[in-house]
Design a protein around this ligand. Structure first.
Ligand SMILES: C[S@@+](CC[C@H](N)C(=O)[O-])C[C@H]1O[C@@H](n2cnc3c(N)ncnc32)[C@H](O)[C@@H]1O
Length: 268
């Protein structure tokens, strides 16, 4: 993932979001830091499907600024561990929520085989070309039979409008094949749940307004906004859609421990 627009969207904006939350107050943190995952209803569906509970070690791959993990920790008492390649997003997750974050690529997670009780990967797969590698790595780090909660933007047919830079939307059929190939069985899949309530979206919008006021003139802001506009048009035209998926990992025939495991310590 090297597209300049994605760095703007996932790194610059994450840092600006943390700054804006500091101005507006911590009640704004979770809605503003849920970048791909949308509504509390979607998070609740994923949390219930994965049977999250106090003490569960939840691996969040492509965690961004940490909103979904912070929500799961607050509501379900999980112990999240975040993996995110963008440095400013990692710093934002630490600043906003004090969560443990590993700055790493989701295709090479520096954690032990079978060390996580559950995993989330929300709004990430469409930004990764080698989806099989990422899913295979998540499967390795999960305990056998553990749950994976996914939020994936899928293609509903050919995309005739311009695609946001760096995105590769799988079809539902391709996604199923990728999950099966990586060692997951799909338990359940649904479309997007209801919109976030105004109380939630208002706080996210207030943070976005502060970010716009401070950074509108910067090239990175324009790039990130352009990405968002392309997403909006693709969703509105029905060419892409959100799916929520609960899958469980099949036990691996030959558990594999790669050389990069345990290389890194969380920032916190
Ligand atoms: C749409 S955001 C979603 C962030 C977060 N999951 C959420 O729901 O708020 C996509 C995230 O995936 C991350 N990402 C992209 N490529 C990745 C990779 N190869 N490994 C791990 N994360 C990646 C991006 O940096 C970004 O933070």
């Amino acid at each position: 993932m090297t597209a300049l627009a994605m760095v703007a969207e996932f790194d610059d904006v994450a840092g600006w979001t943390a700054d804006a939350v500091e101005q507006l107050g911590e009640r704004h943190a979770i809605p503003a830091a849920c970048r791909g995952s949308a509504s509390p209803a979607a998070l609740a569906w994923l949390a219930e499907a994965c049977e999250l509970a106090p003490g569960v070690r939840l691996l969040d791959v492509g965690a961004g600024a940490g909103g979904p993990s912070a929500w799961a920790a607050e509501r379900f008492g999980v112990r999240p561990i975040l993996v995110e390649p963008m440095p400013a997003a990692c710093r934002a997750a630490v600043r906003l929520f004090g969560l443990p974050v590993i700055e790493a690529d989701g295709r090479r997670i520096p954690l032990r085989t079978g060390s996580a009780d559950a995993a989330w990967c929300l709004g990430v797969l469409c930004t990764v070309r080698d989806k099989a590698a990422m899913l295979g790595e998540i499967h390795r780090v999960l305990k056998p039979g553990a749950s994976l909660g996914l939020l994936v933007v899928v293609a509903r047919g050919p995309q005739l409008l311009p695609i946001p830079d760096g995105n590769h939307f799988p079809t539902r059929r391709e996604l199923r094949a990728l999950l099966t190939g990586a060692g997951f069985d799909v338990v359940e899949e649904i479309g997007r749940l209801s919109q976030a309530p105004r109380s939630w979206s208002r706080r996210a919008e207030q943070v976005a307004a502060v970010v716009a006021t401070r950074h509108r003139a910067e090239p990175a802001y324009a790039l990130a906004a352009h990405q968002g506009e392309r997403f909006t048009r693709l969703f509105a035209s029905g060419q892409i859609a959100v799916r929520l998926i609960h899958a469980v990992g099949r036990p691996a025939a030959h558990p594999f421990t790669p050389p990069w495991r345990n290389d890194e310590r969380p920032r916190r």
